[in-house]
Design a protein around this ligand. Structure first.
Ligand SMILES: [Zn+2]
Length: 256
């Protein structure tokens, strides 16, 4: 689309550094594990920010919340090794806690100014039926931080920096598809590395759901590429990619 070129948005797969901010320790893999693995394999620096400690995730009531935090920290590292994550930031807000969007934005600004990523990725907080407060607050805080990092706020937290692109996964309004067929097995392995969340009887059903969704995205990708008879033989992930300019006073962003 011409407007994307005007806004300076390059192909998602060409970026050399990405900061991927997740509410919980497993969101990045579920939303974008194939794309992140593909980027890392191409030499892109992949950094993770995990906002909450995930202390209330899963269904195992035999371990304490503190123990669950430690288990999930180890799983976060294991999944990150599969993806190729080079650095982890953990903000350790309480899972489902009363922290504010402003607090998360404030914590992210110095990280953004330090890393200066070409791309910031996070969950889409504006998906119509997204009811999880952590996903709502974190997605919005990331978008706000991308804007604020280039302002004069917090002059003691690094030099203002421009983030060229933001990509939301789990979006109801995707405008970009990434072929992750060659990285599908790695994506599933990275998700399953979160054993406390996924190593249970529901996993085979979840895989079916993930694969169904990814095949639909693959077909949508081919349609967007003008393929006459789209196939659903491969797997793709979907994103809403925007320029920071589209994050403020730009209602048309919904349809772009
Ligand atoms: Zn989550």
């Amino acid at each position: 689309m011409e407007i994307l070129r005007i806004l300076g948005l390059k192909p998602l797969t060409d970026v050399k550094s990405v900061l991927c901010v997740q509410p919980h320790p497993d969101d990045n893999e579920v939303g974008a594990g194939g794309t992140l693995t593909r980027l890392a394999a191409n030499g892109c620096q992949v950094c993770y920010v995990t906002v909450t400690d995930g202390r209330y995730g899963g269904s195992d009531q035999t371990v304490s919340a503190d123990e669950r935090v430690r288990i999930r920290q180890a799983e976060l590292r294991s999944a990150g090794e599969i993806v190729g994550v080079s650095h982890h930031y953990e903000l350790s807000f309480e899972d489902l806690g009363s922290y504010s969007e402003y607090e998360v934005m404030s914590a992210l600004i110095p990280i953004l100014r330090d890393v200066e990523p070409e791309l910031v990725m996070t969950v889409d907080p504006w998906a119509p039926y997204e009811a999880h407060p952590d996903h709502q607050k974190v997605g919005r805080a990331v978008a706000a931080a991308v804007l604020a990092a280039n302002s004069l706020i917090k002059p003691d937290c690094g030099q203002p920096c421009t983030v060229p692109m933001i990509a939301f996964y789990a979006s109801a309004y995707p405008n970009t598809y990434v072929d992750v067929t060659d990285f599908w097995d790695a994506k599933l392995a990275s998700i399953l590395a979160h054993k406390s969340q996924f190593a249970n009887d529901e996993w085979p059903l979840l895989v079916q759901y993930f694969e169904h969704q990814a095949k639909q995205y693959y077909g949508a990708m081919q349609m967007a590429q003008g393929v006459a008879e789209p196939l659903s033989e491969g797997f793709a992930e979907a994103f809403k990619v925007l320029s920071p300019r589209q994050l403020h006073f730009f209602p048309a962003a919904l349809h772009m």
